[in-house]
Design a protein around this ligand. Structure first.
Ligand code: GUN
Length: 304
């Protein structure tokens, strides 16, 4: 049995970050501008704390300024909105990210809409959502952007093929991944199906697809016999499961040991889409900085 090619997100994201770091140094030397990313964390969610720590480390590594704002869980919504207003007006801040989920007493949508769209490096503000749907120069959510970069590299660069006309299924319809991913695939002229928890005969929908993007948040839900032989599988899931010996393990939304026997290429978990998300956050921060300062660098142009 042939094994699928493994799509190495660690290697791809390292190359992407190196390119971003080089550009950051270039614009610092040429313009005395240092891109700055502000990350806001409300509360003590352990997973969010890990994400925020990693974002800070990677931001500093590529030469950008990192501004961390950690607020207690009981912070009032008005206080958070006030902090965002300050970051909107701060010329040293080019990207703003409010880590989700927020505590239950806050209206996440209201908070997202308080962020200046041109500093919204998550791409969650309705202005950016609309730009992605209608085409144009908005900021694109990081996980779908990273997934699309891996997909294009495998299908277009390494395999010499084209995405146009391929059948893609996106399993999951979240605002963070599923919906923006579907828009990116449509832009590439794929024929796109968005499947979700109410889809009838999900295995049949997945079996019809040349490209499978799994973003349901259900550990190992997609089985190997759902995958069309030779398909490209992008597994966005990051699920921590308990093992019988009391330890834990990270798994995706796809049953990897089965799918790897059938697929043409597959992203592993960990080491697939995960590291691309932070790399794309840095790229979006660079993009936002370049646009705010009207620098003509490739990262300022619409992601084609
Ligand atoms: N929580 C989980 N994923 C994300 C993300 O992409 N952005 C933000 N802000 N919070 C998250």
């Amino acid at each position: 049995m042939t094994q699928a090619k493994l799509i190495d997100g660690n290697a791809f994201s390292a190359t992407l970050r190196d390119g971003i770091a080089a550009r950051v140094h270039e614009i610092r030397d040429a313009h005395r501008i240092v891109p700055g990313l502000a990350v806001v964390l409300v509360g003590e969610d352990p997973a969010s704390q890990v994400y925020v720590r990693n974002k800070h480390k990677r931001t500093v590594e590529c030469g950008m300024n990192s501004f961390e704002h950690k607020l207690p869980a009981e912070t009032g919504e008005a206080e958070l909105l006030n902090l965002i207003k300050g970051l909107n007006d701060d010329p040293a801040v080019h990207g703003i990210l409010v880590q989700l989920p927020l505590p239950g007493h806050m209206d996440a949508q209201k908070v997202i809409e308080a962020i200046r769209p041109d500093k919204d490096v998550d791409g969650f503000h309705p202005w950016n959502v609309g730009k992605l749907a209608a085409g144009g120069e908005g900021l694109i959510p990081c996980t779908p952007l990273g997934s699309m970069m891996l997909l294009r590299d495998w299908i277009c660069v390494q395999s010499g093929g084209s995405l146009a006309g391929l059948k893609a299924v996106v399993v999951g319809r979240s605002n963070i991944v599923g919906k923006p991913m579907a828009h990116l695939l449509i832009r590439e002229s794929c024929t796109v199906t968005v499947a979700h928890s109410r889809t009838r005969d999900l295995p049949a929908e997945v079996r019809a697809a040349d490209i499978v993007v799994a973003a349901v948040g259900q550990p190992e839900m997609l089985r190997g016999d759902w995958i069309r032989p030779g398909a490209t599988v992008i597994d966005v899931g990051i699920n921590r499961i308990a093992l019988p010996d009391g330890k834990t393990r990270l798994v995706g939304d796809v049953r990897f040991d089965e799918a790897v026997q059938v697929a043409g290429a597959i992203t592993p978990v960990p080491g697939g889409v995960g590291p691309m998300t932070i790399a794309c956050l840095l790229r979006n921060t660079l993009t936002a900085c370049a646009r705010l300062h009207r620098l003509d660098i490739p990262e300022a142009r619409p992601w084609a």
